[in-house]
Design a protein around this ligand. Structure first.
Ligand SMILES: Nc1ncnc2c1ncn2[C@@H]1O[C@H](COP(=O)(O)OP(=O)(O)OP(=O)(O)O)[C@@H](O)[C@H]1O
Ligand SMILES: [Mg+2]
Length: 309
């Protein structure tokens, strides 16, 4: 079993427009609403790849059915902790050229009881898992050190922890030395204090994270693929997308692929191949943060993996 802590569940609304012009009234050409947030993306992709997965996250009364139905259709065991406030709403506006503009809501401010219920549900879930993923922002009301504390808990339970976070949450998480962190280009640039623009800089950044005690740092670089390091060396993997339709959530699908590979005890070079195939499959499809297993399988052999060091 893999546990995903994706506390800040969102309601995603994807709206198609002809063009986005500030200050104007727009008419939608199409509209979809579905459960979102990085935890949902990671968990539903792990399930699509065939591993057992449970997700711990917030839920509210108005969206309980929508979220529970979708998670059970997708094969995710969902432990929803109900909040009195309303879940975060995230809006994606796509124009006719495919450019996406996102507006991410703040989400509810948690009370102490909700805060504690989420952590209790998390701790219970860790017990029957081999691998634990902490993914995305933490709800308002949590300290930025919360992931660091959860990492300590997971490590002391003898399990591996994978983290995808940004800003101060990421900084504290790195200091707690989880098994894997997955910054993207912006996140690693912020962490290291200068722009990571090429493979050489990504390799140096991955090695710097290794020096900080991260066993398997992974830096994802959008269309340039991903660089990862562990005891076996430093690797780069990439596949050019045939057509990019929506790359939002590619990092989440990438992380899901890596986690599935780790659960199956595959070496890093194979894990990276699966991660990149998932990231590209997501970018090539319309839906945010979900891939079909068949589209991942069709891409696997084409991913170019090479050793950098
Ligand atoms: N335009 C693209 N072309 C080819 N591969 C892509 C593209 N975008 C993403 N990928 C693949 O997906 C992986 C993750 O993408 P990226 O680095 O953009 O993640 P991210 O910024 O964390 O995404 P998000 O946070 O929205 O999930 C990349 O390492 C790459 O393999
Ligand atoms: Mg990301």
């Amino acid at each position: 079993m893999i546990t995903v802590a994706g506390f800040n569940t969102a309601i995603d609304r994807f709206i198609h427009l002809d063009a986005l012009i500030p200050g104007q009234v727009h008419r939608a050409r199409g509209e979809q609403v579905y459960p979102g947030g990085k935890g949902v993306h990671v968990a539903q992709t792990i399930a699509a790849l065939g591993e057992r997965v449970q997700l711990v996250g917030l839920i509210d009364a108005p969206h309980r059915n929508l979220i529970q139905r979708r998670m059970s259709e997708r094969g995710v065991l969902f432990h929803g902790v109900e909040v009195a406030g309303e879940l975060r709403h995230c809006l994606a506006l796509q124009d006719a050229e495919g450019t996406i503009t996102e507006v991410l809501g703040q989400g509810p401010l948690l009370g102490q009881a909700e805060h504690d219920a989420l952590l209790l549900s998390f701790r219970r879930s860790v017990e029957d898992s081999e691998l634990v993923i902490l993914s995305g922002s933490v709800p308002r009301g949590f300290a930025t050190t919360v992931y660091a504390e959860l990492i300590d808990h997971v490590k002391s339970a003898g399990k591996r922890c994978l983290v995808d976070a940004s800003g101060d949450v990421m900084r504290h998480a790195v200091a707690a030395k989880p098994f894997l962190v997955k910054p993207n280009r912006d996140e690693i640039s912020e962490w290291i204090g200068r722009a990571v623009e090429d493979l050489g800089a990504a390799k140096e950044a991955a090695l710097a994270l290794r020096d900080q005690g991260i066993a398997m740092p992974v830096v994802t670089l959008g269309g340039m693929g991903a660089v990862a390091a562990d005891d076996s060396g430093v690797w780069h993997a990439r596949l050019e997308a045939a057509q990019v339709r929506n790359s939002v959530g590619s990092g989440d699908c990438f992380l899901a692929g890596m986690a599935v590979a780790m659960q199956r005890h595959m070496p890093l070079e194979h894990a990276l191949r699966l991660g990149v195939a998932c990231g590209v499959a997501n970018a090539q499809s319309e839906e945010t943060g979900f891939v079909e297993r068949s589209s991942v399988d069709a891409l696997l052999a084409a991913v170019e993996v090479r050793r950098l060091m």
